[in-house]
Design a binder for this molecule. Structure first.
Ligand SMILES: Cc1cc2nc3c(=O)[nH]c(=O)nc-3n(C[C@H](O)[C@H](O)[C@H](O)COP(=O)(O)O)c2cc1C
Length: 186
């Protein structure tokens, strides 16, 4: 597949088949992620492939946060259970973290490089006939979610990805053309 075709056809996939990506497919995605540019060759990215128990625990952490908005305990409990079950049922979840260097400049570069790695793995997924959906948010710093992933203290979670065989591929979202966002500076 041509790179430009992979870029053009990539979508955030919300519905997957039950089939999990193979370890070889995942390793190809991580190998390509590992080739992302990174200043000082820090290779700051770390990849965590969550099994069903870890996915359920992560989902429970998310469910606990969502349940705070529930009006009664029965509703709260169903939110917790459903969110946990939905995550357990995902074909595959990959969490990407980055090393937290004590130097701010290096930390920012490492964060940026790690998201470039995420883009690489997302495009390789497309080339393999797979799809991804990146999720972020305050959950990434939640101690229960971090514990579910097993991420150590010196790492920051930067993206939580669902990975699998797309069941539905949404239409491309309308975007402003790049020409409108480009400045040619003399
Ligand atoms: C850094 C980053 C964080 C994102 N976080 C979320 C998220 O928390 N929840 C979500 O539904 N989508 C999230 N997305 C997916 C975007 O919403 C999606 O890329 C955007 O709507 C464009 O759609 P497309 O990926 O299909 O082109 C995230 C994407 C990126 C790059």
């Amino acid at each position: 597949m041509k790179l430009s075709d992979a870029i053009a056809s990539r979508r955030s996939i919300r519905k997957f088949t039950d089939r999990a990506p193979t370890p070889d497919q995942l390793m190809q995605m991580f190998d390509d992620a590992n080739l992302a540019p990174n200043h000082r060759l820090t290779q700051p990215w770390r990849f965590y492939v969550l099994g069903p128990e870890a996915r359920a625990a992560y989902g429970l952490a998310l469910g606990n946060r969502k349940a705070k908005k529930a009006t009664d305990e029965a509703h709260a409990q169903s939110i917790r259970q459903n969110t946990s079950d939905e995550h357990r049922a995902q074909p595959c979840m990959v969490v990407v973290s980055t090393l937290q260097n004590e130097n701010l400049e290096i930390r920012e570069e490492d964060y940026a490089a790690t998201l470039m790695a995420v883009q690489n793995l997302s495009l390789t997924a497309v080339a393999l006939g797979l799809g991804t959906h990146i999720r972020t948010g305050a959950i990434m710093a939640d101690p229960a979610a971090r514990a579910a992933v097993g991420v150590p203290e010196d790492q920051r979670i930067v993206a939580v990805l669902s990975v699998g065989v797309p069941l539905e591929v949404p239409d491309a979202k309308t975007r402003r053309p790049a020409s409108e966002l480009t400045h040619w500076v003399d």
